[in-house]
Design a protein around this ligand. Structure first.
Ligand code: HEM
Length: 496
């Protein structure tokens, strides 16, 4: 195929309105050139991310069943609760979300900068180092070697290759940005570039191992919450800001609201972590500042919610057709929900009941699963047909994936929220023996396992479909795989 000329766009006097609705033939040729350069790194990140999704959710399932059958697998040290739980958290966070997010970012940055991915070879080294780090860290946790801090369980020897991989990854992203053929920056790029600066700094500083006592606890939650702020949330927001307007075929509702949301996010989010230590031996002012910043998060969250909702309004019928839109809009709504819930959870009187209960676990899955993971599923459903030049062979399985994941996480979050709240109320009542509280939560923990099982099955369905598109299985399709046949999809969805 003839190499399309990469043309620089005119400087806009108006706020940028990317992603554009109606691509020209030249735009389409340009996209093919850009996709060709990003193909292998993106697919490598996706394949390894999906591997960790399967491994991580099986670890999660086993962890959950241990609450129902406490003696199950208790004889094998590697499969005891204290090891398998952190193995679950670390594989889904640093394996599934991080590697798949890296693939999405590599593709998205090239598309938004309208230039082929630069220094693409760095991504092969980064992917190898990253996977080796996650593998070594997981084996170490299962073998009993852990740093002993939540979110930072991987021993530092396993964290080092991950940090190096991130730096190599970021160099390519910055170089692609430097060579950009556009004058204005789309909202998704702000979040991507910010995370390239924030996350490696955070990860390296937290892993220095020079903290002791109370400072160590403060550092732990400074890191734990900021990993979400500087990496997992920007992945989800960059995806949502791109795919919602892209699939609908109209610009984002307000560029200025996007600006407000981004800067308020940058200003307030990094103070949030210390709200995990309410009641702990830290200066009261420090905890209060963190609570105030957590409540102030309603500003960026409202800005994102209004922007996404007003972009989608009048186009909700497209949710019936587009798999990408359905996953991403679901994720975006859950972002609003989990963020408001987070602000509420930081308040002292709320924590008196909810802290140290199953309620927090429901919150974690509303964030990292219902928001970030669902946006990533939607992103993969959009990106892969463009890279594989093949369509998803079984649209019915995409529907099954969506409904099983959505219903599964709904059951999970509702069961943990209700069960966790009553658990907290009961634990605050000194007249109730602890074992009674444990028995009370049993039914909710079974509900969690049922919801979790639906999620795990949906992941295997997704992995099967992913494997089939790589194999170019099924008939060659000339239109996107949709939930229904005759869809009012926009031009972009029909693009090669
Ligand atoms: C991509 C999918 C998933 C992600 C991103 C995810 C994320 C997380 C996170 C962040 C935590 C730590 C929560 C905290 O400490 O507050 C956690 C714990 C946990 N997750 Fe998941 N999870 C996923 C899938 C699953 C699945 C499918 C199950 C199956 C039931 C599951 C069951 C659990 C359990 C039982 C815990 C430990 C709860 C506890 O210690 O009380 N997770 N997960």
């Amino acid at each position: 195929m003839a190499k399309a000329k990469l043309t620089k766009t005119r400087k806009h006097a108006d706020p940028p309105s990317e992603p554009r609705a109606i691509p020209t033939v030249q735009d389409q040729e340009q996209r093919i050139v850009i996709d060709d350069a990003a193909r292998t790194p993106t697919v490598v990140y996706f394949i390894s991310g999906i591997f960790w999704l399967l491994a991580g959710s099986l670890f999660g399932m086993v962890t959950s069943l241990k609450f129902n059958l406490p003696d199950w697998l208790g004889e094998t040290a590697a499969l005891t609760f204290g090891r398998i739980r952190p193995a679950h958290l670390n594989t889904v966070a640093y394996g599934w979300i991080s590697l798949t997010g890296a693939g999405m970012i590599a593709w998205l940055t090239a598309r938004l900068c309208r230039v082929p991915l630069q220094l693409a070879w760095l991504h092969y080294i980064a992917a190898i180092l990253w996977n080796l780090g996650v593998l070594a860290g997981t084996v170490a946790i299962l073998a009993g070697y852990s740093q002993g801090f939540e979110w930072l369980e991987f021993p530092r020897a396993a964290g080092a290759p991950i940090a190096l991989a991130f730096v190599l990854f970021a160099i390519s992203i910055f170089q692609t940005f430097r060579k950009r053929q556009v004058d204005h920056l789309y909202v998704s790029l702000w979040y991507i570039l910010a995370s390239m600066l924030w996350f490696p700094y955070l990860y390296v500083v937290a892993n220095l191992g020079i903290y002791q006592g109370v400072v160590e606890a403060a550092m732990n939650w400074w890191y734990g919450h900021n990993a979400i702020a500087t990496w997992f949330t920007p992945i989800g927001l960059a995806g949502a800001y791109y795919f919602i307007p892209k699939v609908i075929g109209r610009p984002i509702y307000s560029y200025y609201l996007g600006l407000l949301g981004f800067w308020a996010f940058a200003l307030f989010y990094n103070w949030n972590g210390i709200h995990h230590l309410v009641g702990g031996p830290l200066p009261t002012w420090l905890i209060t500042v963190s609570i105030v910043a957590s409540v102030m998060m309603v500003i960026p969250v409202m800005a994102v919610a209004v922007n996404h909702h007003l972009t989608t309004v009048n186009h909700f019928q497209m949710l019936k057709y587009s798999p990408t839109l359905r996953f991403v809009v679901f994720g975006s709504m859950c972002y609003t929900a989990v963020s408001f819930q987070g602000s509420l959870e930081s308040i002292r009187s709320f924590q008196e009941v909810a802290h140290f209960t199953h309620y927090t676990i429901g919150h974690a899955h509303l964030g990292l699963y219902a928001f970030t993971s669902m946006v990533l599923f939607g992103a993969i459903y959009y990106i892969m047909p463009r890279l594989a030049r093949w369509e998803w062979p079984y649209p019915g399985l995409i529907k099954a994936h969506f409904w099983m994941a959505a219903i599964g996480v709904f059951i999970y979050v509702v069961a943990m929220s209700i069960g966790g709240w009553y658990q907290g109320e009961m634990m605050n009542n000194a007249a109730i023996p602890f074992i009674e509280v444990v028995s009370f939560t049993e039914i909710y923990l079974w509900a969690r396992s049922i919801g979790g099982a639906l999620m795990v099955i949906s992941h295997f369905i997704f992995a099967f479909q992913f494997f089939m598109i790589i194999k170019h299985a099924g008939p060659r399709r000339f239109a996107p795989a949709l939930f229904r046949d005759r869809a009012p999809m926009e031009q972009e969805e029909r693009e090669p």
